[in-house]
Write a protein that binds this ligand. Structure first.
Ligand code: ATP
Ligand code: MG
Length: 478
């Protein structure tokens, strides 16, 4: 549903919207203001935050580029481009919105729609709102905009070498056809633009990495060919950094897998050592105590028997508890189950065990589908929450803790907040490190290894809030 046209259930067409009036004499950012007012007046409530963010951005650009009429034009283009990009990034943009954005920009700057559409596309595909998304999602949105702007009816992006071409993005019925594949292959071989005559035309353009062709866009034409070619050229340039990032992610994913598996293997070893060493010793200790009890029982005088039996029962109960704790620890060190079982399930289990162990009230909220995380991300999220909870139990004196896991389009966010006594972060971490205590440092390292950011916010008196975010490398299903 269109986010930029709120008309009581009926979507008003872009053409039928009220005319936008821009004052003729230049006064401040008149075009930008007019464009922002028109979009705001007709937008759905959910679109408002995006309009306001883009407006703040554009106002800064207006001032920064000299506060003249020319600056106003630049800022208006940037504004509409960022509105389109941010709505697209949230999955809130449809073709009607794209047309409304074009009409608004054209009216605000008093220029033909073709010029406005081209500039808008240029701005939108270079917008940070799009580029911060996982590469596959960014590429798809960049190309989808060509369909929404009425430039192409079908579009595909092909990657690969020699005979092996893979469709990286496919939009529209038949976009993956044999003819599209052949067109992409021919474009990559020749390294230029070509058209296939016959039926409706397909146009193609190559995306270059440095100077070498690395991918090809194939589009089924829906506008005059010159226009299509111009848009495709912009698309190809905008895709270069996106594909480059995809390549880097693939490489670092490989490195990350190696690092993570080395770390996890070490933990697993400790788990096994615990199981084969300490846990077996505890079992033997239990057996010895029982044996001792049976041996000395006959020699205890009647009047002391009950007390002695009670003491032995206490000792045995403590051994059983120690055994349970060590087993739980040993199990939690094993990462295979973290990867193979649903993350939501193991986190809930961890939190339940924490409540039982600590008597602290804990809540876990998961928004979005956590199953779209990579293995390394799942392990990092699980271990970080595990360590945070262990800190809450050991150091905070809290009565409640809230854990929240949130899947966003471009990131995965985790927050753990406790209402305990808090601490002076810098000092405590330095002291902990001197004693070889590396819980929090370890969380930070794991998160950074996956390209994320980590923060811990606390002060004496509390509360303590630990947050971290990991970049999404796999798109979710939204
Ligand atoms: N939730 C919290 N509330 C209060 N203090 C905390 C909290 N989390 C951590 N701290 C303080 O920060 C210090 C460092 O924590 P960190 O997890 O790095 O080490 P540790 O828990 O002492 O040892 P380890 O985790 O290696 O067993 C702790 O010793 C404690 O003083
Ligand atoms: Mg700790």
């Amino acid at each position: 549903m269109a986010a930029l046209a709120r008309t009581g259930g009926v979507t008003r067409r872009a053409d039928a919207r009220p005319q936008l009036v821009v004052p003729t004499t230049h006064e401040g950012a008149a075009r930008l203001e007019a464009a922002h007012r028109t979009l705001l007046s007709d937008a759905e409530r959910r679109a408002e935050p995006f309009l306001k963010t883009a407006y703040r951005f554009a106002t800064a650009a207006y001032r920064g580029s000299g506060s003249t009429d020319a600056a106003d034009r630049v800022a208006t283009g940037l504004y509409v481009g960022n509105v389109v990009a941010s709505l697209a990034a949230e999955g809130e943009l449809d073709a009607v919105d794209a047309q409304i954005a074009v009409a608004t920009l054209a009216q605000a700057r008093g220029e033909p729609r073709e010029a406005a559409a081209f500039d808008l596309y240029r701005m939108a595909v270079a917008s940070p709102f799009l580029l911060e998304l996982p590469p596959l999602v960014a590429a798809e949105l960049q190309l989808k905009l060509l369909v929404q702007l009425g430039i192409a009816s079908e579009i595909s992006l092909w990657r690969g070498e020699g005979g092996n071409l893979d469709p990286f993005v496919v939009l529209g019925h038949g976009a993956e056809s044999r003819r599209a594949r052949a067109t992409a292959r021919a474009a990559l071989r020749r390294g230029g633009t070509l058209s296939l005559v016959g039926g409706r035309a397909l146009r193609s353009v190559v995306v270059r990495r440095f100077t070498e062709p690395c991918a090809a866009i194939v589009a089924r034409v829906q506008a005059p060919v010159d226009r299509v070619d111009a848009f495709l050229t912009v698309a190809a340039q905008a895709l270069t950094p996106v594909l480059e990032r995809e390549l880097l992610l693939e490489r670092s994913a490989e490195r990350e897998r190696i690092l993570v598996s080395a770390g996890e293997q070490r933990l697993m070893r400790i788990g096994f050592d615990l199981h084969d060493g300490a846990i077996q010793d505890v079992l033997a200790l239990g057996a010895d105590i029982t044996h001792l009890r049976d041996q000395i029982y006959p020699f205890i005088v009647d009047s002391h028997r009950d007390r002695a039996a009670g003491r032995f029962d206490d000792l045995l109960a403590r051994v059983v508890e120690l055994d349970r704790q060590l087993r739980e620890l040993s199990r939690s060190l094993e990462s295979r189950s973290i990867v193979s079982r649903p993350l939501g399930e193991i986190l809930h289990r961890e939190v339940d065990a924490f409540i039982e162990r600590s008597g602290i009230d804990a809540t876990l909220e998961i928004r979005g589908d956590p199953e779209s995380l990579t293995s390394a991300q799942r392990i990092a999220v699980y271990r970080a929450i595990q360590e945070s909870l262990s800190n809450v139990k050991e150091h905070s004196g809290a009565s409640t803790v809230e854990i929240r896991l949130r899947m966003r389009r471009s990131s995965i966010e985790v927050r753990v907040v406790d209402d305990g006594q808090g601490f002076e972060v810098g000092r405590a971490l330095a002291r902990a490190a001197q004693r070889g205590r590396l819980g929090i440092v370890g969380i930070g390292e794991r998160v950074r290894m996956l390209g994320g950011s980590f923060e811990i916010d606390s002060a004496p008196g509390g509360p303590t809030m630990l947050t971290f975010a990991l970049p999404r490398v796999v798109p979710d299903d939204r």
